[in-house]
Design a protein around this ligand. Structure first.
Ligand SMILES: Cc1ncc(COP(=O)(O)O)c(C=O)c1O
Length: 447
């Protein structure tokens, strides 16, 4: 069969398709696999219990009743489409929740739901990146200008890479790499935004940037951009009249997998993206966008065409948990401490295995990963990935996390790996032992 250019773009092998295939194969495999590769959240008993309880209550609260009488109430959610903006009762609960915890003064016109936040990024990057009408052009026949999404700090989330319908429209700024200590220990580094390089980008001045976007905490690195960095980015976004998109998939107030002391701000020029995935519900595919009403209207219109209406299943489970703040309590008291402990365990294991080798770890500040830098590794981490896979351990090599960067000319992009810390302790131990053995062997061979 012949597929269109649109189809061809999506069926090419991509970083994310390899990752998802490996993840799927590992789950199906009958051989033991140390899964340190995926983005799946951990199984946390208290979390699962609460979701199960809430889920079981759905059957008795009228969620499946589509009679006229209940049609307009929140309790008939599952048996009816919502409007394209998303489940109204959940949106109202979110408005109440955010206004209780922040001084954002939101209304229901500031929130839209999507089928996962990946779906939101597909919309947003195609809304703000790609071909625009160039209002300033004098040439009547050539009034089009291509705009990119600016990623102020590479590396960034693998899932952004291939979402553009036409072309690749990312521009990324390479990081400053600072050596830092972590809990008083050496052997760590932290990426910081290179504002000097960013401000010099001709594309900003020439109006060829459509939006600025960062994940915070960052997937893959566990970095948390500081409040100062965020304020500076917000100021640049306003100066150039483009929105600042903040991917808050791991951030506060839920799942709150963030250990540094920072704040979360929102204003009309900010587009905040949340997700129910990392609180432990990736299968319900629920993303939440908080933005100015014109963005919400555009997203709702896209929802209507692509999905009719977004899924209401996650909304049904999360509505009562937003209303009584259980989602925040769960995040603060179960989810965050769990990952903080996992990061501590993984760091200790890595130091034990590779303490005498040129390993540097990105300071763990949040998210569900550690980002390891093997300085001057004699092979690329894509090759390392293959060697580890042969030994039943899955990680993700770094080269995929540099959308908008020419990785062929950036050695650092081939020296790092992302490892998940969501696995149980036994898997972490076995997986890190394999990483230790293989990496030690590679450095020793080159001596
Ligand atoms: C930084 C980041 N953003 C967005 C997503 C997409 O999440 P979902 O579509 O499950 O909401 C992920 C998933 O791993 C992520 O890590």
């Amino acid at each position: 069969m012949k597929f269109s250019k649109f189809g061809q773009k999506f069926i090419q092998p991509t970083g994310i398709s390899q990752l998802m295939d490996d993840l799927g194969d590992a789950l199906k495999s009958d051989k033991p696999v140390n899964m340190l590769g995926g983005g799946n959240p951990a199984r946390i008993e208290a979390v699962n219990e609460l979701f199960l309880e809430t889920y079981q209550a759905l059957g008795s609260d009228g969620s499946f009743n589509n009679s006229e009488e209940t049609n307009s109430t929140a309790t008939s959610s599952m048996a009816n489409y919502s409007n394209p903006q998303g489940d109204a009762a959940f949106i109202d609960a979110l408005v109440g929740f955010f206004n209780r915890h922040y001084d954002w003064n939101l209304t229901s016109e500031n929130i839209a739901l999507t089928n996962g936040s990946q779906n939101a990024f597909f919309y947003l990057f195609n809304l703000f990146g790609g071909a625009f009408v160039d209002e300033s052009s004098q040439d009547k026949d050539n009034k089009s200008i291509d705009k990119s999404i600016l990623l102020p700090l590479a590396p960034e989330y693998i899932g952004y890479s291939d979402v553009h319908v036409e072309g690749q429209h990312f521009m990324a700024v390479l990081p400053h790499i600072d050596e830092v200590t972590h809990n008083g220990e050496a052997g760590f580094f932290k990426y910081r935004v290179d504002f000097e390089a960013l401000e010099k980008l001709p594309a900003l001045k020439e109006g060829r940037i459509g939006a600025i976007c960062c994940s915070r905490p960052t997937n893959p690195t566990g970095n948390v951009l500081t409040d100062e960095e965020m304020a500076h980015l917000a100021e640049i976004a306003k100066r150039y009249d483009v929105p600042l998109i903040i991917d808050n998939a791991y951030g506060m107030p839920f799942p709150n997998i963030i250990y540094s002391d920072v704040t979360l701000n929102w204003d009309d020029n900010t587009i905040l993206c949340f997700s129910l995935s990392k609180i432990g519900l990736p299968g319900v595919r629920t993303g939440i966008i908080v933005a100015a009403p014109e963005v919400i209207e555009a997203v709702s219109a896209m929802n209507a065409v692509v999905n009719l209406s977004p899924t209401r299943f996650g909304a049904s489970i999360a509505t009562p948990l937003m209303k009584n703040d259980a989602i925040k309590d769960l995040s603060d008291n179960e989810i965050k401490p769990f990952y903080q402990q996992q990061a501590k365990t993984a760091v200790a294991l890595l130091k034990k295995e590779l303490g005498d080798y040129p390993l540097s770890i990105h300071k763990p500040e949040g998210a569900i990963f550690l980002w390891l830098w093997f300085k001057d590794l004699p092979i690329t981490t894509l090759e390392l990935y293959e060697r580890l896979k042969e030994k039943g351990t899955l990680i993700v090599p770094s080269q995929y996390f540099f959308p908008g960067v020419d990785v062929d000319n950036y050695k650092h992009a081939h020296e790092c790996i992302r490892m998940s810390i969501a696995a149980d302790e036994d898997t972490l131990e076995k997986g890190i032992a394999v990483i230790g053995e293989v990496v030690r062997g590679i450095y020793d061979m080159a001596k």
